[in-house]
Design a protein around this ligand. Structure first.
Ligand SMILES: *[C@@H]1O[C@H](CO)[C@@H](O)[C@H](O)[C@H]1NC(C)=O
Length: 220
């Protein structure tokens, strides 16, 4: 009986540790992602391109040289992430980069990356950044060009452009080639299918009308 409980404890400990593992170490010098390979989803990420076909261009991208479109969401920001399509040479290296552009008074709303910690450097404008730890302690900082801030792995964080006239821009490094993103407001009020209204009513202490109103605002 006792050993069974110990076993279960160990198992749940291993399972929860597994959730915060870094990307696995590479087994080769590099593995250029062959995203055209039809067996893409049969392995943990894309297979490697034949190394004889490797070239410098696989390790290079100009994708972050231009701002993305900040009009494709309601918050006024854009993020360009170095995916395996954009930068196939970073596959298996356990990292990625992102360019974040934010409109005047635009917001990258509270979100988390389940697989990556992030360090962001402000390159333009003035950005109010912050994250919340698991005891609900809030950390905030105003970043000016050249200043950096760490968002610990998996914790909810945001970036707000405090300038009401000029755009702001930041570059981030992330500790996974596939960080994943969950936006807190969208992951509750705009899921498919919808989260049961009663759950949202009770979780946020609001009524059914307010659930509909918030969902419409975030979607419409
Ligand atoms: C940016 O996105 C908006 C909304 O989807 C679209 O109307 C506009 O044409 C896009 N601008 C560019 C330069 O692609």
């Amino acid at each position: 009986m006792k050993t069974k409980i110990k076993l279960q404890l160990c198992l749940s400990l291993f399972l929860s540790l597994g959730l915060v593992n870094a990307d696995p170490d590479p087994l080769l010098d590099y593995c250029i992602a062959d995203t055209s390979n039809p067996h893409y989803y049969l392995s943990n990420g894309p297979p490697c391109l034949n190394q004889d076909l490797a070239s410098s261009s696989h390790f290079s991208t100009s994708a972050l040289s231009k701002a993305g479109n900040t009009s494709t969401n309601k918050f006024g920001f854009s993020v360009i992430l170095t995916t395996n399509q954009i930068l196939p040479g970073h596959h298996t290296q356990g990292l990625s980069m992102a360019r974040i552009d934010i409109n005047p008074n635009g917001l990258v709303p509270p979100h988390s990356h389940p697989r990556a910690s992030e360090v962001t450097t402000c390159l333009k404008g003035e950005i109010l950044v912050g994250f919340v730890d698991t005891s609900n302690k809030m950390y905030t900082q105003r970043l000016r060009p050249g200043e950096s801030f760490v968002f610990p792995k998996g914790l909810i964080h945001f970036l707000y452009n405090v300038d009401q006239k000029g755009p702001s821009m930041a570059i981030s490094g992330l500790s996974s080639e596939n960080p994943g993103t969950q936006v807190a407001s969208l992951a509750t009020f705009t899921t498919t299918p919808s989260m049961p209204s009663i759950v949202l009513e009770k979780a946020f202490k609001i009524d059914a009308q307010e659930v509909i109103r918030i969902s419409n605002h975030l979607q419409g």
